[in-house]
Design a protein around this ligand. Structure first.
Ligand code: SF4
Length: 450
C-alpha cells in the first residue's frame, strides 16, 4: 500500500529553520531534517533522460549533501541543503537545465501512464485537465498542502494502493471506459461517489475541491466523505483488485522491457546515480521515470543490454531483483541521516538479512523506523522495530508510533534473532509464509505469549 507522504523532520532536535506545520517540503518551503533542509521535487516531465539525471546528481552534491531519496509515492527528494538560499539557487539551476518542477496540488498518475500495456486508460490527459482547472479556478482554491489527487489509469504499475484524498480510477463499464471517483482511501477502501466519463470527470473533481475549499484550507478527503452521497455500486470493479507489480527487476511491457530499480532504504548517493546514468546512457536507455515504492524505471534499453544494465545498477547499490530480501524491508534513513533517528536502520536490516533470512521472504513488510514518526511506512506493518532513547520498541501488526508489544535493548533483539529465524522456518516447513507466521504466532516467536 502506498502511504500518504510524510516528511522526516528532525523532531528530536531543535529546528534550525522555521517549520510550517502541515506543509510539504518544496523548493519554496524546504523542510528541516536531521541533515539540513530537504526539498521534494515533482518533475513535470513523465521521465527524464539519463543526462538530466546526471544533472540532478550534480545539483544534489552542489547544493545539498549529495543524498537523494525516492519516496514511497515516487517523489524525488534532495537532502542536506544548508540554507534557504541554496533552495533558491537549486531552483534556478533546475530551470537553467530545462528540468521543470511542478508546484501546487499533487495530481499523481501511474509512472508508465500512456505506455503501460495493461492500463485501462491513459491517465495523463485527464490529470493535465485537472491541474489546469485547479490553476484557472476563480477564486483560487485554498486546499490542504498535503492533499493528494490520484488519477489511476490502471496497468502493471497501477496506483490502486495509493492512499489519496480524492481518486479517479479507470474502470470498464458497459463497453466503455469510465472514471470512478472516490474519496479518502486506496482503490479498495475509498468511498465511491461518482462514475462518469472523461468529459464529466473534471467538473466533478472541481465540485469536490470546492467543497473542500468551503470546509477550510486544512480539509482533507475524509472531512467531506460523509457530505457526499455514496455511489450505489452493485459490484466492486475487477480492475481495482490487483495492486501494482514489484518494481524491482525486468518487467515485460508488451514488446519492450522495463528495468525496475528499487533504492535500498529509499535513498541514493549522487556518485552512484551519476555512475548509473552514465552507464545506462551508454547502453541505450532513453528515459528514467520515478515510480512509487522508492523505485526508478529505466526505459528504452534494448533487450540485449538489460543484463549489463542490471549488473551496473546492482554494483551501485540498487535492488534489481524481485526476490532480493531487501524488498521486504521498509526503512527510513535512521541514525546518521536524521537527527531524530535512534536506530541504525541499515545495520539492523543487514542483521535481519544474515540472521533471520526467512523473515524477508517477500510476503510482508518489515518496517525499521529511526523513531516513532514512522516516515518510511506510516500505515501498519506486520512487524515494526522502532528506535527510541530507551532501546527498541517491537510492534506486531501496527505502526511505529503504536503502543509497543515489547520493549527491549538492541542486544536483546540480536539475541532473539536465532529464535525468530527458527520460528519462521518452522512455519515455512509447514508451507506458510513469514506473513502467516507473524500473524499466527508472532507473539510466541518473540516470547510474548503467556
Ligand atoms: S522516522 Fe526516521 S526519517 Fe522520520 S523523523 Fe524518525 S528517524 Fe527521521
Amino acid at each position: 500500500m502506498t502511504q500518504p507522504e510524510t516528511s522526516c523532520s528532525a523532531s528530536g532536535a531543535a529546528p534550525r529553520f522555521p517549520v510550517r506545520r502541515g506543509a510539504c517540503p518544496s523548493l519554496v518551503n524546504p523542510m528541516p531534517t536531521g541533515d539540513g533542509l530537504l526539498v521534494r521535487l515533482r518533475p513535470a516531465a513523465a521521465g527524464l533522460t539519463p543526462g538530466q539525471w546526471g544533472t540532478l546528481a550534480d545539483l544534489a552534491r552542489t547544493f545539498g549533501n549529495g543524498l537523494l531519496d525516492v519516496t514511497a509515492r515516487g517523489n524525488l527528494q534532495i537532502r542536506g541543503l544548508a540554507h534557504q538560499d541554496a533552495a533558491q539557487q537549486l531552483s534556478a539551476e533546475l530551470s537553467r537545465a530545462g528540468i521543470e518542477i511542478r508546484s501546487g496540488t499533487a495530481v499523481e498518475t501511474p509512472p508508465l501512464a500512456g505506455l503501460d500495456c495493461a492500463e485501462v486508460a491513459d491517465a495523463s490527459g485527464l490529470a493535465d485537465q485537472i491541474r489546469d482547472a485547479i490553476r484557472q479556478h476563480t477564486p483560487a482554491l485554498a486546499l490542504a498542502p498535503k492533499l493528494a489527487i490520484t488519477v489511476n489509469g490502471g496497468g502493471l504499475f497501477n496506483l490502486s494502493d495509493a492512499i489519496s484524498d480524492l481518486r479517479l480510477d479507470a474502470v470498464r463499464h458497459g463497453g466503455q471506459v469510465l472514471w470512478r471517483i472516490a474519496l479518502a482511501g486506496d482503490a479498495r477502501t475509498a468511498r465511491p461517489v461518482a462514475l462518469v466519463d472523461e468529459a464529466q470527470a473534471v467538473s466533478h473533481v472541481i465540485a469536490l475541491l470546492e467543497l473542500l475549499h468551503a470546509q477550510g484550507s486544512a480539509s482533507r478527503g475524509r472531512d467531506i466523505a460523509a457530505l457526499v452521497p455514496a455511489l450505489d455500486e452493485a459490484c466492486f470493479p475487477a480492475e481495482l483488485t490487483a495492486g501494482p507489480v514489484n518494481p524491482a527487476g525486468v518487467i515485460r511491457n508488451g514488446s519492450s522491457a522495463v528495468l525496475g530499480l528499487r533504492l535500498a532504504f529509499g535513498r541514493m548517493h549522487a556518485g552512484e546515480l551519476e555512475s548509473l546514468m552514465a552507464g545506462l546512457s551508454g547502453l541505450g536507455a532513453t528515459q528514467v521515470r520515478l515510480a512509487p515504492d522508492h523505485a526508478l524505471l529505466v526505459l528504452g534499453l534494448p533487450d540485449g543490454a538489460i543484463p549489463a544494465a542490471a549488473r551496473l545498477a546492482a554494483e551501485q547499490g540498487f535492488i534489481t531483483r524481485p526476490d532480493d530480501p531487501m524488498n521486504s524491508v521498509s526503512a527510513c534513513p535512521g541514525t546518521g541521516f536524521c537527527a531524530a533517528g535512534r536506530l541504525d536502520t541499515q545495520e539492523l536490516a543487514g542483521l535481519l538479512a544474515s540472521q533471520a533470512p526467512d523473515l524477508l521472504d517477500g510476503s510482508c513488510t518489515v518496517h525499521l523506523s529511526g523513531c516513532t514518526k514512522g516516515c518510511a511506512h506510516p500505515s501498519p506493518a506486520p512487524l515494526t522495530v522502532t528506535g527510541t532513547d530507551a532501546g527498541l520498541r517491537i510492534v506486531l501488526a501496527g505502526r511505529a508510533g503504536d503502543a509497543a508489544d515489547l520493549n527491549i535493548s538492541l542486544e536483546e533483539f540480536r539475541a532473539l534473532l536465532p529464535a525468530l529465524q527458527q520460528g519462521i522456518a518452522q512455519h515455512r516447513q509447514a508451507g506458510q509464509t513469514a506473513a502467516q507466521a507473524l500473524s499466527l504466532s508472532g507473539a510466541a516467536i518473540f516470547g510474548m505469549a503467556p
